[in-house]
Design a binder for this molecule. Structure first.
Ligand SMILES: [Ca+2]
Length: 293
């Protein structure tokens, strides 16, 4: 590719590039050059060097032939820091990127529940299927089994249900069902001592997004209170975060991700990893009509 070398800036530092020869580095997936599998310590192979931009999701692949390895090497020469991470991540197909995010979230000691919730509770069935496929290809592991092993309790059950990718995707609304579900959620939540977690799991993981939105509206009409407030009373910890995420996504997915962006940037400093994760995962979906709240 280009042999042009010029000054480039990243993180405030000017870097002078050499003309002519350039070091060749291995292409790497975003954020995590060689992530390890959850259980085995086997290095994950980098993306195939013969890969082209065919299949990349954002930006759309150009029609002209570009050697992917050359492109990655040139980007690594020209850029650095978080801007390089972001650029490489944007070149990665979103389901592959998500597979790496999940692997990183469950690898090693502990679990990054926030990343797991953000990815698994917001993707469509077809996206989840692609993620599972990419996870298997990249790490030679079964995502559903890894999730089962990694997270337990009510939160684990919810994550297992979500990852089965069986959410109804019928676009037609059933208003009677919304009323019935709102009634069941009331009876199984604030209407009883304790909480019927299985019921919440069933409705939140199987109903379509528009159906859930209608259910939450019915819940508000019936109880004169948003379901988020009752979820906060009935649940604690990660299961609460996951259910609240599903409510927010059902009501307005763009607002949910706008909120995530705000969380990543507010206050002193920036959660760069979360910022890159949100920008990359939504770049092809909402970048043209983002709503800031
Ligand atoms: Ca209760």
């Amino acid at each position: 590719m280009s042999t042009k070398r010029a000054k480039s800036k990243d993180d405030g530092k000017a870097v002078t590039k050499r003309a002519g020869s350039k070091p060749r580095k291995s292409p790497k997936p975003p954020n995590d050059p060689h992530p390890k599998t959850a259980a085995a310590d086997t290095p994950v192979p980098p993306p195939p060097k013969t890969a082209t931009l065919e299949g990349a999701v954002s930006p759309q692949p150009p029609e002209i032939g570009i050697n992917f390895e050359d492109l990655l090497n040139d980007l690594e020469d020209e850029l650095g820091g978080h801007f390089l991470d972001l650029t490489l991540a944007l070149l990665c197909p979103s389901h592959l990127y998500d597979a790496h995010i999940i692997n990183k979230a469950i690898s090693g000691v502990g679990t990054d529940e926030h990343a797991l919730i953000e990815v698994l509770c917001t993707r469509s069935n077809s996206e989840l299927e692609l993620i599972k496929e990419a996870y298997h290809t990249e790490f030679r592991r079964n995502l559903e089994k890894d999730i089962s092993n990694e997270v337990s309790g009510d939160f684990g059950r919810l994550m297992r249900s979500v990852v089965t990718a069986t959410r109804d995707e019928n676009k037609e609304l059933d208003s009677k069902l919304a009323e019935t579900d709102a009634q069941k959620l009331t009876a199984g939540g604030v209407g009883k001592l304790g909480t019927d977690e299985v019921l919440f799991n069933h409705i939140f993981c199987l109903r379509s997004w528009p159906q859930l939105k209608a259910t939450f509206e019915a819940y508000r009409r019936k109880n004169d209170i948003d379901i988020e407030l009752d979820i906060r009373k009935e649940f604690h910890g990660e299961i609460r975060d996951a259910l609240l995420t599903i409510v927010k996504v059902a009501k307005n997915m763009q607002s949910y991700f706008a909120e995530k962006l705000n969380e990543a940037m507010k206050g002193a400093g920036t959660d760069d990893e979360a910022l890159i994760r949100v920008i990359v995962s939504r770049s092809e979906v909402v970048v043209n009509n983002f709503t800031f709240v």
